[in-house]
Design a protein around this ligand. Structure first.
Ligand SMILES: [Zn+2]
Length: 371
């Protein structure tokens, strides 16, 4: 079996040391594939004087040239022919420019193993059918954002009795339909089957606050779950204290904190980070993360705040194996009471607009000169 396939079949999803060597081999495999099949990627590596064979161990990955996520908004890199593109996903950018990442069938199947294993560890799979309430868009031909696809994908962890979408397609575009959501909540509360919500944390938070203000309280069936993904993005300033958020969930829906699950991922790095019962995003074996100094771009180690460099060999159809985000984060090494042994990532925020410009310039320069 290829090393990428072997890595993604790993069931000990938080045992990093056990998979270090395998991870390095898998990165080399994806790196050489992209190098051979994507001229732009080859050019980037050549300019940096880096060859895929130089990845011999996990330590070598800090030398692998990363690509800033912003780069993908202006360059559509791909390493498979069009006929092999199975899904073309765009990031949900608010600025108008969107990244376009293509997935071939093989990359998606690799990801399916990860979803299977992560879902098993975090007990997301269930044979008990559930009522889904999705604070997101109904997938359609015109809406190709990854988030709508991902949200829809999450409705397969447990069989669906119903799927209610908060954003509905109207002749004038998407519209938020609170009434429909509240009706679905009411119905779910009286069902014998659990309810699961899926969506942006901000939408979930605003809905719960609205329900609380209206004096609405439900006792959701046992096993009901709040699942959230996509981060806070433009709502950073309104992000509540986590404990306040969990209290609100308990108060309005009678769902306990350990049934509130948050996911983290990005279209350029479609790895399923799932928070543990202590709400930490542990790094799974399918990825590695380096924190880099925003000025020098050198790795600064764990326990210090810097730019988040995400790595994974999952996707080979677009060279996203090492990407530089515009997120500021920190990796924690402290042992976590949940028992997962891998360090966890905390996103502190995004670099400001002016900083993004600097970063973008820095990123482009980085790709041009190779410092
Ligand atoms: Zn934990």
């Amino acid at each position: 079996m290829d090393t990428v396939g072997k890595l993604f079949r790993s069931r000990d999803i938080y045992d990093l040391p056990k998979t270090d060597a395998l991870f390095a081999s898998a990165m080399r495999e994806t790196c050489s594939f992209c190098y051979r099949n994507c001229d732009d990627y080859k050019r980037i590596l050549d300019r940096k004087g880096f060859a895929p064979e130089m990845i011999d161990s996990i330590e070598d990955l800090s030398d692998l040239p990363f690509i800033p996520t912003l780069y993908f908004k202006h360059h559509h890199l791909k390493s498979v022919p069009d006929r092999k593109v199975f899904i073309s996903a765009t990031s949900s950018g608010t600025s108008g420019t969107m990244s376009n990442i293509v997935f071939d069938l093989r990359s998606l199947l690799t990801g399916a193993w990860m979803v299977l294993n992560v879902g098993r560890y975090h007990k997301l799979w269930s044979v008990v059918p559930v009522n889904y309430i999705i604070f997101g868009y109904q997938p359609s031909k015109t809406n190709r954002t990854a988030i709508s696809k991902t949200a829809y994908g999450f409705t397969f962890f447990a069989p669906a009795i119903s799927r209610t979408f908060a954003l509905e397609m109207t002749p004038s575009g998407y519209k938020l339909n609170w009434d429909r959501v509240l009706k679905a909540m009411e119905k779910a509360a009286h069902s014998k089957f659990p309810m699961r919500t899926i969506g942006f944390p901000a939408y979930t938070y605003f809905l719960l606050k609205d329900m609380k203000a209206k004096g609405i309280r439900y006792k959701m069936p046992k096993g009901s779950m709040i699942t959230m993904g996509g981060g806070w993005k433009q709502f950073y300033t309104e992000q509540p204290d986590k404990q306040e958020f969990y209290r609100l969930v308990k108060e309005v829906l009678d769902i306990d904190e350990d049934h509130v699950v948050e996911f983290f991922g990005a279209v350029e790095h479609p790895i399923l980070y799932t928070d543990c019962r202590c709400h930490h995003f542990h790094i799974p074996v399918y990825s590695r993360i380096l924190i880099r100094d925003p000025d020098t771009m050198k790795p600064i180690g764990n326990g210090r705040i810097g730019l988040v460099n995400l790595m994974s060999p999952m996707v080979r159809s677009t060279p996203v194996l090492s990407i530089m985000t515009d997120d500021l984060g920190i990796i924690h090494d402290e042992p976590c009471p949940c028992g997962a042994s891998s360090p966890w990532l905390e996103i502190i925020g995004r670099v400001g607009v002016s900083d993004i410009v600097t970063c973008a310039a820095g990123g482009d320069e980085y790709l041009r000169n190779g410092s």
